[in-house]
Design a protein around this ligand. Structure first.
Ligand SMILES: *Cc1c(COP(=O)(O)O)cnc(C)c1O
Length: 339
């Protein structure tokens, strides 16, 4: 049996989810007539106290649509140097929005308010106009790290005072919320737009939702059309999303517990230098004197799949299809690996 830990996107729909998909009521969503898509968009927006939602094929699309809404020619986005919108979206900030980017550092992928303030361009003929700050929670490259709501507040205030929009790449936002117990509505108040993936820890086969104001989502719908993301009887997919919101949020805690245990197993291993603090479902391990490629090969021989994550790091992600029995197996197989 292969133990699949490359990503939480590799899960297959559960039988309950498949049943919900089969029995979905559908219509043409480009006409606004798919009742299941409409229900999903309304449900997720309401959870965060926001006005409207837009169902899209991917989290890359929801992020890129948001960036398009909040930028224009000769403008600039502030984000972390390890953010998904910069590293992993095909250069879309440039090619979709013609915007410039200012990259900041920050421990475990989190931006500091004082750095954001410093990074806002002056009103000067030489500089692109800063219009958007984009945050990520949980932070993938930060090892699944979390921002607490009180860390967002000063950033929110800086954006308000300087007329900047604030976007959240919340691909794994529910992983953060089940850990902190914070109210999604308090998060909804802080951001102009939030992107949430259904296809990560929530276990759907496809889909992400962008939530925001009525006005922004109306514009977003038009951008989605231009990006080729207007789907027809998408209710079959949205039904999986509704099912996941009803059944797969609380159980994310189990993924986090297993990730912590997995991190402890790795920590004791002779080839591992250190493990990033495990907060949610992502475990990043720094290697000692072995390349990621060779380590991944050794893991693969014992039936464990992970990915390279930087020049001396590998990443494991726990998910819906990874259970306690596989965790125990993981520990045993790890002990079989040596130089
Ligand atoms: C997965 C992910 C996305 C969106 O990815 P898609 O594969 O396009 O759905 C966005 N941000 C982060 C942090 C992610 O992990």
């Amino acid at each position: 049996m292969i133990i699949e830990l490359r990503s939480d996107t590799l899960t297959k729909p559960t039988s309950g989810m498949l049943e919900a998909m089969w029995s979905a009521r559908v219509g043409d969503d480009v006409f606004g007539e798919d009742p299941t898509v409409n229900a999903l968009e309304e449900k997720l927006a309401a959870m965060f106290g926001m006005e409207a939602g837009l169902f899209c094929p991917s989290g890359t699309m929801t992020n890129q649509i948001a960036i398009r809404l909040h930028t224009g020619l000769q403008t600039e986005v502030i984000c972390h140097e390890h953010s998904h919108i910069y590293l992993y979206e095909g250069g879309g900030i440039m090619s979709n929005s013609n915007a410039s980017v200012k990259l900041l550092g920050g421990e475990f992928g989190r931006l500091r308010p004082e750095d954001i303030l410093d990074a806002i361009n002056p009103d000067d003929v030489h500089a692109p106009e800063t219009t958007l700050v984009s945050l990520e929670n949980t932070m993938n490259k930060g090892g699944g790290s979390i921002y607490a709501l009180r860390e967002i507040e000063p950033i929110y205030n800086i954006c308000k005072q300087n007329g900047l929009k604030l976007h959240l790449d919340g691909a794994r936002l529910f992983n953060a919320l089940v850990e902190t117990g914070e109210d999604p509505k308090d998060w909804g108040r802080m951001f102009d737009t939030i992107s949430i993936c259904l296809s990560k820890g929530l276990g759907c086969p496809v889909g992400s939702v962008l939530i925001g104001s009525q006005r922004d989502i109306k514009k977003a719908r038009k951008v989605r059309k231009a990006f080729g993301g207007g789907m027809r009887q998408a209710g079959f997919l949205a039904a999986a999303g509704i099912y996941a919101l009803d059944h797969h949020i609380d159980r994310l805690k189990e993924d986090h517990r297993r990730a912590k245990q997995l991190g402890e197993m790795l920590e004791g291993h002779e080839m591992i230098k250190e493990v990033f603090p495990v907060v949610t479902n992502i475990v990043i391990a720094k290697l000692k004197e072995i390349s990621p490629a060779l380590m991944l090969e050794k893991l693969s021989i014992v039936g464990i799949k992970a990915v390279r994550f930087g020049k001396d790091q590998i990443r494991f992600v726990t998910h819906l299809d990874f259970d306690d029995e596989q965790l125990e197996q993981f520990g045993r197989r790890l002990n079989d690996i040596n130089y």
